[in-house]
Design a protein around this ligand. Structure first.
Ligand code: ADP
Length: 444
């Protein structure tokens, strides 16, 4: 059994994992960079180890420092959170080799699903619908033009090793392809260490709908419903909700079954997400994330399942507590990502938080590691809090979102709170009828 968990992360997710460990009676070890000495995850963990300078490369991505911290403190498990090393198969492998339980999937599942173009092939081979596109990466400009011609413009070029909404280029004609192909390859090489890019048909007004999946070591895999993440800026999620206003019971079932089939194909264990694009009643597999997601609280609110505790239980070899069969989602949940950024230009805005007051009351949850006088370091992600509201209906969740955002006080840095408040008054958002293009068409 696991008794002491090292959390290889920072910010709200590190704190979220500490909360789960505390409830389970497990000891915790925080790791932190020199810039994070005053971070809350350090304060709340039982032990803490400084693993290097502020730069992620030298601290939160430094595998040997993190493994050494686990050994020094006698931790027997590592939770990677999301981002940083969460989807690094070598990290999972090294942890296992050092006798540490990696709270996540196997290195081989991370490898198979981590390469986006390989994951597409896996989906295709078992009959899960994918968008028309290249068979694997495209190596030359000529090949790219050939593929684009056969599927028809617009197309999207994507980095096989990409993530975080980066490394994508839309081409509406062969003229676009000329500049895009080489740039996409060199950008992919620089950002992800691999120049491989693949091509997919670009959908003009899709919704982003993803399925939360969970597998245990007994071989059981379940789907825990969907999250609609269509409200995005720069291909990055801003608001997520469950259930999706666009899905029927039958579609949810079909997507859930497709997601489960995909997991079975790679013997998936622990929490994961299968992302789909959905347009005109059809869904297409896009990619799999082999980790806990930022937006996991949305699913927790509508299922009543603590996904992080479940991750730890499953990593200990226990069976999933999820009941069998087609269970109902309870009410409606919406998550708002509160980023320290300019709400109009989206430029990050780190600095000292002068005033910080989080809302509460019925149906309101705030996951955050920020506090009054906390200095947001410029080195990491701009996410400072997640506001999750839950209501009996979507309408009630929206009303709760409005009042919670109104009472959410953050002073000293710019945040996305004013943007969220505006979105909640937008007719299209209220109607539930929107696509991933929502923000492009949005007017203040
Ligand atoms: P990442 O791994 O970087 O998050 P994804 O493949 O998940 O990248 O795509 C992120 C977002 O980009 C999607 O949610 C969607 O808005 C947009 N996108 C990706 N592929 C397509 C496509 N083929 N057509 C239209 N939009 C797409």
């Amino acid at each position: 059994m696991i008794s002491k968990v090292l959390i290889a992360n920072r910010g709200e997710i590190a704190l979220r994992i500490i909360l789960a460990c505390k409830e389970m009676g497990l000891k915790t070890v925080a790791v932190h960079s020199e810039a994070d000495r005053d971070a809350l995850h350090v304060r709340y963990a039982d032990e803490d180890v400084c693993i290097g300078p502020a730069l992620s490369r030298q601290s939160y991505l430094n595998i040997s420092s993190i493994i050494a911290a686990a050994e020094i403190t006698g931790a027997d498990a590592i939770h990677p959170g999301y981002g940083f090393l969460a989807e690094n198969e070598h990290f999972a492998e090294i942890a296992n080799e050092c006798g540490l339980t990696f709270i996540g999937p196997t290195p081989s599942a991370i490898r198979t699903m981590g390469d986006k173009s390989k994951a597409r092939e896996t989906a295709k081979s078992i009959g899960v619908p994918i968008l028309p596109g290249s068979d694997g990466p495209v190596r030359t400009y000529e090949e790219a033009v050939e593929v684009a011609k056969s599927i028809g413009y617009p197309v999207i070029l994507k980095a096989s090793a990409g993530g975080g909404g980066r490394g994508m280029r839309i081409c509406t004609s062969e003229t676009d392809m000329k500049g895009a192909f080489d740039t996409a390859r060199s950008e992919a090489e620089r950002a992800f260490g691999s120049a491989d890019v693949y091509i997919e048909k670009y959908l003009e007004h899709p919704r982003h709908i993803e399925i939360q999946v969970f597998g245990d070591t007994q071989g059981r895999i379940v789907s825990l419903g969907e999250r609609d993440c269509s409200i995005q800026r720069r291909h990055q999620k801003l608001i997520e909700e469950s259930p999706s206003p666009a899905l029927t019971h039958d579609l949810r079932k079909a997507m859930g079954e497709a997601a489960i089939r995909l997991c079975q194909a790679v013997n998936y264990v622990n929490a994961g997400t299968i992302e789909f694009l959905f347009q005109d009643g059809q869904f297409y597999f896009m990619e799999m994330n082999t980790r806990i997601q930022v937006e996991h609280p949305v699913t927790e609110e509508v299922t009543g399942i603590d996904l992080v505790k479940e991750q730890i239980r499953v990593a200990s070899g226990l069976p999933l507590v999820v009941p069998n069969g087609d269970f109902r989602l309870r009410g409606h949940a919406i998550e708002f990502r509160i980023n320290a950024e300019d709400p109009v230009t989206f430029a990050p805005h780190p600095g000292r938080i002068r005033e910080f007051n989080v809302p509460g009351g019925p149906g309101v949850r705030v996951d955050t590691a920020a506090y009054r006088d906390y200095v947001i370091p410029p080195h990491y992600d701009s996410l400072i809090a997640k506001l999750i509201v839950h209501g009996t209906t979507r309408q009630e969740a929206i009303a709760r979102g409005r009042r919670a955002l109104e009472l959410f006080i953050v002073e000293g840095v710019k945040t996305s709170i004013p943007l969220h408040r505006r979105i909640l008054d937008d007719e299209r958002f209220i109607s539930g009828d929107f696509s991933t293009r929502f923000m492009e068409e949005f007017e203040w």
